[in-house]
Design a protein around this ligand. Structure first.
Ligand SMILES: [Zn+2]
Ligand SMILES: [Zn+2]
Length: 250
């Protein structure tokens, strides 16, 4: 992996300055986006990332701040006359709804100038992306059917382990509680990116004490001042929009 860019760092609450949380990983032969929330196309322009640099996107869950910008992103690819294929990795049971969502936005993949590949993933099974780049999604407790609404598809939310050659990255995306931080305890990683909206800074700090040689980044937060104060005495890095990290030089 050559570069990690924090495209957006805000929580589900829309911020006047920061974009919703998403990450861009630049590897030797693949550009991977994780999450495509409301405003993602503009967020990518803001971060200086060309739409053509994105080969694929992994959707952790379908809350608007992680998913709702996808139709707009695909629209920009059409406007740009994209030629190379684009992969969307989404929880297996959401594939049909994703296609319906695109169709509702008057997007019909069979008419595109490029090949749109929707790839379903299952929790707990490693997914090859390209070359030595792969990811593993495990279900966390963020999205649960608390109100017992009747739907014909399951509620599901993933935390992601990205295997990027020399580097292992965990991205919590949105979690339900502190236990979710431990979802990848059986794996080795050097970068841990945690949200800080549904979990207390103290819980993340306590968890970090159990990890050695891991760099911690905080994203998906609402009040930047509050977060800065909470982590002022730690080695945690508070991510901000357009922050670029060279993982070989952390
Ligand atoms: Zn969120
Ligand atoms: Zn969420």
């Amino acid at each position: 992996m050559e570069e990690l860019i924090f495209v957006g760092t805000s929580s589900g609450k829309t911020d006047a300055i920061r974009f919703h949380s998403s990450l861009f990983f630049r590897t030797e032969n693949y550009g991977l986006l994780i999450d495509a929330g409301d405003g993602i196309a503009k967020g990518l322009l803001n971060a200086g990332i060309d739409f053509d640099e994105i080969d694929g996107v992994v959707i952790t869950h379908t809350h608007a701040d992680h998913f709702a910008g996808l139709a707009s992103l695909v629209t920009q690819m059409i406007i740009d006359g994209r030629k190379k294929s684009f992969q969307i990795f989404i929880f297996n049971d959401y594939q049909k709804q994703l296609l319906d969502f695109l169709n509702l936005a008057v997007l019909f993949p069979e008419t595109f100038s490029f090949d749109l590949r929707i790839k379903g993933f299952e929790f707990g099974i490693e997914n090859n992306i390209a070359g030595s780049l792969s990811f593993l999604a495990r279900q966390n407790s963020h999205v649960v059917n608390k109100r017992k609404v009747e739907t014909d598809f399951p509620f599901a939310s993933a935390s992601i382990f990205l295997n990027a050659g020399k580097h292992g990255v965990v991205y919590t995306s949105d979690v339900g509680n502190a236990k979710d931080l431990r979802l990848f305890d059986d794996l080795t990683y050097d970068i841990f990116i945690s949200e800080c909206e549904h979990i207390k800074p103290k819980d993340i700090a306590n968890f970090s004490k159990t990890k050695k040689d891991v760099s911690f980044f905080i994203t998906h937060y609402t009040d930047a001042e509050e977060i800065r104060r909470a982590f002022s005495h730690s080695s945690f890095k508070i991510a901000y929009d357009k922050l670029k990290i060279n993982p070989n030089k952390i």
